[in-house]
Design a protein around this ligand. Structure first.
Ligand code: CTP
Ligand code: CA
Length: 226
């Protein structure tokens, strides 16, 4: 009915994916954000559903349609994303593809900030929770397989290796998001897969959908032989 078992390598598994940017409000009409489109994260959610997984996609604000067969939880801020991720656990596999804002405005006023003779207002920032590190470092209820992304503009592999150690995830998908690559917002991606054991695999540039299918196939292998 659902095809041969090897076509549904993730059936019976719950896969959690974060995707998109977060928006961090400054006042009721303004926010801090980044250029993430959510294309890579949404493609991973779609590929995992096609591979038979039950998928929860926690997404920041994107203009993409919901992937078919995926339970989508929409959030705005990093703190809301962390809450939604915690509510979606337990999961067998968690993939943190969101471009979470590292900082948010320290103060949020419910009135619009007005121009005035005193000039531009200071914009003090405070650090957001690290969702990936929070989940990967849990002692109880940690998904058995935790995958992070690393968005870098220089020394991609070295920075990604440092991240895997710092955050405690099992696998990192590192990509070069320099403006010249067109990865942020674009349809193609060139990634390196870096394992906790230091292993490194460089994939050729391909569509984000194809990156997603290959990654999901890889996760299916991990899930089959933990
Ligand atoms: N991440 C997260 N929560 C944050 C920041 C990042 O869950 N507050 C996750 C991202 O989803 C990604 C990984 O951490 O899977 C790495 O994100 P990245 O921005 O590349 O790394 P940072 O640790 O934020 O470091 P920096 O931005 O300084 O390179
Ligand atoms: Ca960051």
């Amino acid at each position: 009915l659902g095809g041969a078992p090897e076509e549904k390598p993730l059936s019976g598994r719950h896969l959690l994916v974060t995707s998109g940017p977060t928006h961090e409000p400054i006042d009721p009409v303004r926010y801090l954000a980044n250029r993430s489109s959510g294309k890579q994260g949404h493609a991973i959610a779609a590929a995992a559903a096609a591979a038979g997984a039950r998928v929860t996609l926690v997404s920041g604000p994107v203009t993409l349609p919901d992937p078919p067969g995926v339970a989508v939880v929409r959030v705005e801020t990093a703190r809301e994303m962390l809450e939604a991720v915690e509510a979606a656990l337990p999961a067998d596999i968690a993939v943190f593809a969101a471009a979470v804002a590292d900082w948010r405005p320290a103060a949020f006023g419910d009135q619009k900030i007005k121009k005035g003779p005193e000039g531009p207002p200071p914009l003090a920032l405070t650090e957001n929770p690290d969702i990936l590190a929070t989940i990967a470092r849990r002692t109880e209820g940690r998904p058995p397989l935790v995958v992070g992304f690393a968005a870098e503009t220089t020394d991609v592999i070295a920075h990604a290796r440092a991240k895997i150690a710092r955050k405690g995830c099992d696998l990192i998908v590192a990509n070069d998001v320099s403006a010249a690559t067109g990865v942020m917002g674009g349809d193609r991606n060139s990634v390196h897969l870096i394992g906790r054991d230091g292993s490194l695999e460089t994939w050729p540039t391909m569509g984000k959908d194809e990156v997603a299918r290959r990654l999901v196939a890889r996760l299916g292998q991990h899930a089959a032989s933990p």
